[in-house]
Design a protein around this ligand. Sequence first.
Ligand code: TXE
Length: 480
Amino acid sequence: MQVLKNYINGELLDPGSQQWLDNYNPATGQVYSQLPNSDSNDVHAAVQAARQAFPAWSRSSTEERSGYLFKLARLIEEHADELARLESIDNGKPLSLARSVDIPRAIKNFHFFAQAIAMFSSETHENIAQSAVNMVLREPLGVVACISPWNLPLYLLTWKIAPALITGNCVVAKPSEITPMTAYRLSELCIEAGLPKGVLNIVHGEGNTVGQALVEHRDIKAISFTGGTSTGADIATRAAGQFKKLSLELGGKNPNIIFPDCDYEKALDTAVNAAFKNQGQICLCGSRFFIADSMYDKFKYDFIERTRALTVGDPLDAKSDIGALVSREHLQKVYYYIKHADELGGKILFGGKRLHPKGHEDGNFLQPTIIEVNDNQCPLNQEEIFGPVVTLCRFASEAEAVALANDVRYGLSASIWTRDVNRALRVSKNLQAGTVWVNTWMLRDPRVPFGGVKASGVGREGGLEALRFFTEPKNVCIQY
Ligand code: TXE
C-alpha cells in the first residue's frame, strides 16, 4: 500500500504527528493508500518554507518562472497516462474522462499561465496639469493558500497554483483528503523539475485541521478556495479578522433552459452530458432542466431513453460512461435526495437505485436519476445535490423560465437552448449567473473570468482575473 508524504521545502516528509489517514478506492470500497494526517505544525513548517523562498522567487524574472511552469506541463504530459489512471482510481471517474479532460487541462493550466504573464500589463495615468505620472505596479502578495476539492483534483489544484506561482507568490496547497494521489505525484514532479525549494508546498490532511490552520495562519495573505458553500462561508468568517484576500468558488444549482426553437438533438445530447458527466460531480453540471411546455413530454421521454443507454460501471473500463461517486459519505448524501424524493417534492422518472456491478460490489455506484418537480421551491430544486441526480420542470413563457432559473440561492452557470439570437441575448442578460452558455455546455476557455454570484462564490478565477487576484496593485505617483 502506498504511503504518501507532504511536500515541504522541496522535500517529501512524513507528518510530524506520524499519523496517516486511509484513502479509499471509490469503485471497490477498499483502502489502497494512506495520506498524512497533518496538523498545524506541518502547516507552519510549510508556511515558513514558503516565506523563506519568497524573496528570491518574487524577484526572479517572469521568463524563469515561466520556464518552471513549462517544465511542469511537460512532465505532466510525459506521465499523462499514469496520472489519468491515478485520478480515475482515486476519484471514481471514468478513465476516459480523466484522459480527455482532467489531465490535459492540468497541462494547459501551466502552459496558459506561463504565457499569460507576458500579456499582464499595468496602467499609467498622466496628470498633465499637475506634472505628475501615476504608475500602477502589480506586486505578488507573499505566501498564499490554494485549497482544492475532490471532483477535478489535479485540474483545479493546478488552476490555482499556476497563476499564484507565475505572479511571484509562494504557495502552500491543500488538496482534498479524499483524492490526494495526483497532488502527491505532482510534488514528485516538482522535485524532478528542480522547482526551487519552498516555492510550492503541498500539505495533506483534513479540512478542519490543515485547511483551518492555513486559513488562520498569520502569514497567509490570500486564500483561493474551491469547494462547498458552507465551507466557503466558514473560511470567509475565519479569514475576515486578518483581512485576507479571498477567491471562493462554491456550489451551483445550474439551470438549463430548453426553448422550443432549439437544435433539439444537440440540446438533448448535451443535456445528458451536462447532467451526468463525472457522476454529476462538477459544480457546472446542469442540475435543473426547465423545458418549454410545448415540448416537455417529448423531451422527457427522449431524455430518459438517452439516460437509459448510459453504462454505469468500473471507471477503468472503457465502456463505462458513469463511474463511482467519490466517497461513501458523499454517496449517502446524494442517495438521501433519492430515497426521500417524494417528501422533498419530486417524482422519480428514471433511476434511483444503488448499483453493485460484478467485481465492484462494494463500490459507490448509483443509477443516473431523473426526477420530475412541479414546485421550484422544493429542496430538490433548491439544494445542491452534486451527484447524478437531475430535475425536470416545465415552463410556459420566457419570463417564467428566467424567474424559475433565478429563484435559487446559487448563481454559478446556466445554459440556454434557442436559435433566436434576440432571445439568447435577452435571457443571458437576465440570468443571475457567472457564466451563461448558449447552445453549449462547459465550453471553457482559460482566458475568461470564471466564478459565481450569490451563494456560488466571491471573486473570479481565470485569465487576467487570476493574475489580478494574486497581485496587489500599488500606485506610485511621481511629480516632475
Ligand atoms: O467539500 P469541502 P466536501 C460541494 C458539494 C459537496 C459539498 C461538500 O455540494 O457535496 O460541497 O463537499 C477543505 N477550512 N462541492 O465536504 O468540505 C477540504 O479538505 C479550510 C462543490 O468534500 O468544501 C477540501 O480540500 N478548508 C465543489 C476542500 O476544502 C477546508 C467541489 C473542499 O472540501 C475546511 C466539492 C475548513 N474548515 C464540493 N473544511 C465545487 N464548487 O466544485 C474543508 N476544507
